[in-house]
Design a protein around this ligand. Sequence first.
Ligand code: ACM
Length: 418
Amino acid sequence: MRIATRRRFLQGAAGLAGAAAAGFPQIWIKNADLAQAADGQIKVGVLYSLTGTTAIIETSLNQATLMAIEEINAAGGVNGRKIVPVVEDPASDPATFAEKARKLVIGEKCVSVFGSYTSASRKAVLPVFERYHNLYWYPTLYEGRECSMNVIYTGAVPNQQQRDFIPWLVKNFGKRFYLIGSNYIYPKEENNVCKILLQRLGGEVVGEEYVPLGHSEFSSVIEKFKNTKPNVIFSTVVGDSVVALHRQYKAAGLDPAKMPMASLTTSEEEVRAMGGEFAAGHFTSAPYFMSYESPENAKFVDAFKRKYGKDAVTNFVSEPAYFQVYLFAQAAAKLSGSDLTPPNIRKAAWGQEFKAPEGLVKIDPQNSHTYLWPKIGQAQSNGQFKIIEQSKEWVEPDPYWAYPGQVCTPNGMVEKKA
Ligand code: ACM
């Protein structure tokens, strides 16, 4: 990767004129609060929960982000400038996310912030990034149906996670699904997409249930699984609850060969916390698994273990948390001096490609989401996923895929009449 290339210093006024010539709306470049990189360093925020119910997964996002920053700095930085992370712990609480985002954007004047696992926390920080024309790099799989000018989305959207997964589940296990999720926007929207797909395939939803974040008592839910006898339990439960659900499923004597859980949110991280024997036989759809064989992934896994210990695991959220820092650095390398502002970084990020552990990825210049490589994995008792299906090509991100007529463009979402 080539990041440290050339130095070019522009005076502030010339930099702003350059941004204007590049076609950014005046309001973006006139705003007195617009963050710019200080000489010799590029300050970025790192906003992942290190405490609370989603720390189980978000800690790995913090770690992957810091590892990428360290690697880039060790290789010379961005045109000689070091990336300086400012780390905050928003404690799995959306209101605290918003408060810390304000601190990073207004107080610290970071030129970008890497952050969030839950969609609830992303929605909570959005007004901050929009008000201050800053840029949020979001690595997590999510429900789509969003098109913010102030976010670069590097996780999977439903057409990269559900499009092939639901037909595969119906073909292999049957058409009767039970939908179980945590109670917030992401599981509900993701289940709406699942229902649209099931309807097309002649499937049936035999139950739908949402449990509070952090929920750990699944006996009544498991009773409903037993009574309704679905072919597939489609799970969008997140955080610590994933561990409780899997353990109680097994304790109840249910059999993944007959009634598997099919998840969009169960990764190596949750499997490590619950113990591989509780996950074995269940399925997850994601663009990345730790077991994926590529030279880039071998290097990523090796570096992660060397830094965080031999038992550390990588997962389908920590991988984009890692590669998005490289995409950020590549974009930042195209800018210098006072040109290094969030709106300019966003524009420079469009079309950037990077050989990630999962394969070559690219930021779509139309919708600021990312081309990814969907896969289906089956959890094994050793805590790893066996990859049983994988896309032969990268899949273009389509955040409004389930909602024809709505299109995400560089200027936001537009409605297209049929
Ligand atoms: C999520 O809330 N996007 C997992």
